[in-house]
Ligand binder design. Structure first.
Ligand code: FA5
Length: 335
């Protein structure tokens, strides 16, 4: 009997020392399974009961149960200690530093070209002009032929662009709207557009393959260059402030006669020096006739200019490429 009790003691001692060595609750679980689990050493001892002589059985059973009890107690106490340590570690790992600044959420805003477009629209709508759009991917006919470009005229070379087929191209000028309007609407009319335009051009500080143009025109009885100049004066004041003046100089565009380029000057910008803005003139009678408009009765003016030019002049942006690059350091300056 005593050897059997010695065996129980030996197992208990190993169990207690294994518990002492376990350094985590998961290691404890392994020890528990090895000694107290269904197939654990102490549990299996009970299976030996049959082999023990009858009179020794109660003492054997008692000894096994007491050993199990002590091992269980030690297990519980080690578990409490290790669990507390593990909790503290986890807490430390997942600690939230409430003094850290939060993540800033940034609000989107309108692009500087959109802000400029809004201003342009406000101006023209205020003068009773109607806003229209025409396709970016345009027929050769509307971009050139309708606008009185003779076949193979060198003026077309100045506006080389990206052709999709011989007849379809990315429009080079917002003026391509004119044919679409004249086909469908009879004078009196006042129209304007803000359009993305394209040209096959070497890119530099003032030229891009993709840019935007404002184009406006009106056709009515008795319309003259004086109306054009008045409108441009008002436009310049709206874009650049009160005292802006407009200067015309003769220039050639197939769709106007006479044609001018115009510059503006205002004391606030570049010390009042003249700055070129775009082209303008009286709509060529060939165009009006092409669309069945009576040129004895009606005349019209038209002008166009680069949209990018407006914020470039007004705020001193020195490179047109910024507009397309979407660099937030640039865009953020125009809230
Ligand atoms: C025209 O495009 C004419 N359609 C303007 C016009 C309309 C004249 C109505 C008469 C009557 P021009 O090619 O000069 O003209 O271009 C007008 C403006 O567009 C230029 O002054 C410039 O501001 C802008 N522009 C032209 N090419 C580029 C380019 N590659 N990059 C940026 N802006 C450009």
């Amino acid at each position: 009997m005593s050897t059997t009790l010695d065996a129980i003691n030996a197992i208990e001692e190993r169990a207690l020392s294994a518990l002492g060595c376990a350094s985590s609750t998961s290691a404890l679980r392994d020890v528990e399974a090895a000694y107290l689990g269904k197939k654990g050493e102490l549990s299996l001892l009970m299976g030996e009961l049959g082999k023990i002589p009858n009179d020794e059985r109660p003492a054997f059973g008692k000894a096994v149960n007491e050993a199990k009890f002590r091992v269980q107690q030690e297990l519980d106490s080690r578990h409490a200690t290790l669990k507390a340590g593990e909790r503290a570690e986890q807490f430390e790992r997942e600690r939230i530093d409430i003094s850290m600044p939060g993540r800033r959420s940034t609000a989107g805003r309108e692009h500087i070209l959109q802000l400029t477009t809004n201003k342009i629209k406000e101006f023209f709508v205020g003068l009773g002009f109607e806003y229209r759009e025409s396709p970016e991917l345009e027929k050769f006919e509307y971009n050139f032929t309708s606008l009185n470009y003779p076949e193979d005229h060198p003026a077309m070379d100045e506006q080389d662009t990206f052709y999709v087929t011989d007849d379809v191209l990315l429009r080079t000028q917002a003026t391509a709207l004119q044919g679409h309007v004249f086909e469908n609407i009879k004078p009196p009319l006042r129209m304007f557009t803000v359009s993305r335009t394209f040209r096959n051009e070497a890119v530099d500080r003032t030229h891009s393959h993709t840019f935007h143009q404002v184009d406006a025109f009106m056709v009515d009885e008795g319309v003259s260059m004086a109306h054009l100049k008045g409108t441009l004066n008002a436009f310049a004041s709206a874009m650049f402030g009160g005292e802006a003046k407009v200067r015309f100089r003769p220039d050639f565009f197939p769709f106007v006669e006479p044609g001018v380029d115009y510059a503006i000057s205002t004391p606030k910008l570049f010390g009042g020096k003249w700055v070129e803005l775009g082209g303008a003139g009286m709509i060529h009678p060939n165009i009006l006739r092409r669309y069945g408009i009576d040129t004895e009765r009606y005349t019209g003016w038209a002008f166009g200019l680069g949209v990018e030019r407006i914020p470039m002049m007004a705020t001193g942006i020195d490179d047109l490429r910024h507009f397309l690059e979407n660099d937030l350091r640039f865009l953020d300056q125009f809230a």
